[in-house]
Write a protein that binds this ligand. Structure first.
Ligand SMILES: [Zn+2]
Length: 209
């Protein structure tokens, strides 16, 4: 039986200065639910990709004060009060507001500043937080990552989506060079093209250097 794994765009937590911050999912499975504290700037690279970050690791993270937990000895009245306090805590989205505040400040202060991988087939968007001193891409471990900013918003365009697989031969000094040239040619023809990662099931081979 043939089967297919469909790519699903992750949900956006919020957008800051034109840059969406995406949720990540347990085991990278949409159906398993979003993780509470882990997010990514790259919709194609979430859980365990090297693009995701834990908001609690950011220097800007301030854990919100929460009501006392519903455990241990307590009177009936204390239980009622605590349950009501937790209800208000969730209704007011206190934790989510703290998460958004910490990410917003980290984006502004540079700790989460988006960096773009130079390798065409990788094309990852990595937060500064995940880069070492040499800015090497943590995904492909080949590209140098450079600061990137989202383009200013233009007039709304109708969008179409198609997925295709190309078989061809390119003359180049190495397989990576060939892949980069092919990716550059495709990008010049389709500027907003989106490449799937090389380990996606749709692609049989992984480029190597
Ligand atoms: Zn890369």
């Amino acid at each position: 039986m043939p089967y297919t794994t469909e790519f699903v765009e992750p949900e956006i937590l919020f957008t800051h200065r034109g840059l969406p911050v995406y949720k990540t999912y347990r085991n990278d499975e949409f159906g398993e639910g979003a993780r509470n504290f882990w997010f990514t700037l790259d919709p194609l690279h979430g859980t365990d990709s090297g693009c995701e970050f834990d908001v609690r690791d950011l220097p800007t993270w301030q854990p919100p004060e929460h009501p006392p937990f519903l455990c241990g000895a307590m009177t009936d009245q204390e239980r009622i009060d605590r349950e009501a306090a937790w209800k208000r805590y969730h209704a007011d989205e206190i934790e989510q507001n703290a998460i958004i505040a910490a990410i917003t400040q980290a984006l502004d202060h540079g700790d989460l500043a988006p960096h773009h991988c130079s390798v065409a087939w990788c094309n990852a968007l990595v937060p500064k937080h995940n880069l070492g001193p040499d800015n090497r891409c943590p995904l492909c471990r080949e590209g140098a990552c450079t600061p990137w900013a989202p383009p200013p918003p233009g007039p709304p365009q109708p969008r179409e989506r198609f997925t295709t697989q190309i078989s061809c031969s390119v003359e180049a000094s190495s397989e990576t060079d060939a892949t980069n040239r092919l990716a550059a040619a495709i990008r010049s023809a389709i500027p907003d093209v989106c490449f799937l990662p090389p380990d996606a099931q749709e692609f049989a081979s992984t480029p190597t250097s």
